[in-house]
Design a binder for this molecule. Structure first.
Ligand code: FES
Ligand code: FES
Length: 192
């Protein structure tokens, strides 16, 4: 297996990573500690591994690493911190739009890409944008509501600023899954 070095930017940091020619972007991300990108199907069907490449949502499990040379990759780890969540992450938490959390990093990366190109989507547009991302738990309704809520928050910077540092609304149990939504949680670790 021939190894090579790939230069790319990950979450704003220039990186040189070791890779073999057959590696996917997901392989390389996870090997280098970006385990927020989840491996579900590994065949491009579930969207759990969605990241941004030069701002576009990409299923990293089917993206050859050789194609991302010199690109800018953003993963869930680059979006927000536990105590300073991105508005989309905060909206998912506040709308309890997650259960096991395994699909959520991909959902959030897909949602942020949507809101960057379409800051005020209709419900139908949100559903279409998320149609490549599967969730086995939530039934999607709360996820769609969270994205619409996030759009409103991002439309009104003052509301986000006033709200951004606040904790959740006291709904017990949400704190546990918040860690999964950040992508740092090990509870679902391990390839399936
Ligand atoms: S793990 Fe990439 S699409 Fe399912
Ligand atoms: S919250 Fe479990 S797969 Fe979506």
């Amino acid at each position: 297996m021939s190894h090579m070095e790939i230069e790319l930017e990950i979450n704003g940091v220039e990186r040189t990573v070791e890779a073999s020619k057959s590696d996917s972007l997901l392989d390389v991300l996870r090997r280098n500690g970006y385990t927020g990108s989840k491996r579900g199907c590994d065949t491009g069907a579930c969207g759990f591994c969605t990241v941004h490449v030069d701002g576009e949502p990409v299923k990293s499990c089917v993206e050859p690493v050789t194609k991302v040379r010199d690109t800018s990759v953003e993963t869930i780890e680059g979006l927000g911190e536990q105590d300073d969540l991105h508005p989309v992450q905060q909206a998912f938490v506040d709308n309890t739009a997650l259960q096991c959390g395994f699909c959520i990093p991909g959902m959030i990366m897909r949602s942020t890409a949507l809101l960057e190109t379409n800051p005020n989507p209709t419900e139908q547009e949100v559903r279409e944008a998320l149609s490549d991302n599967l969730c086995r738990c939530t039934g999607y309704k709360k996820i769609v509501e969270a994205v619409l809520d996030a759009a409103e928050r991002m439309d009104s910077d003052t509301a986000v600023a006033a709200d951004g540092g606040q904790a959740m609304d006291g709904d017990g149990g949400a704190a546990t899954v918040t860690e999964c939504s950040l992508g740092d949680c090990d509870c679902m670790e391990g390839d399936q």
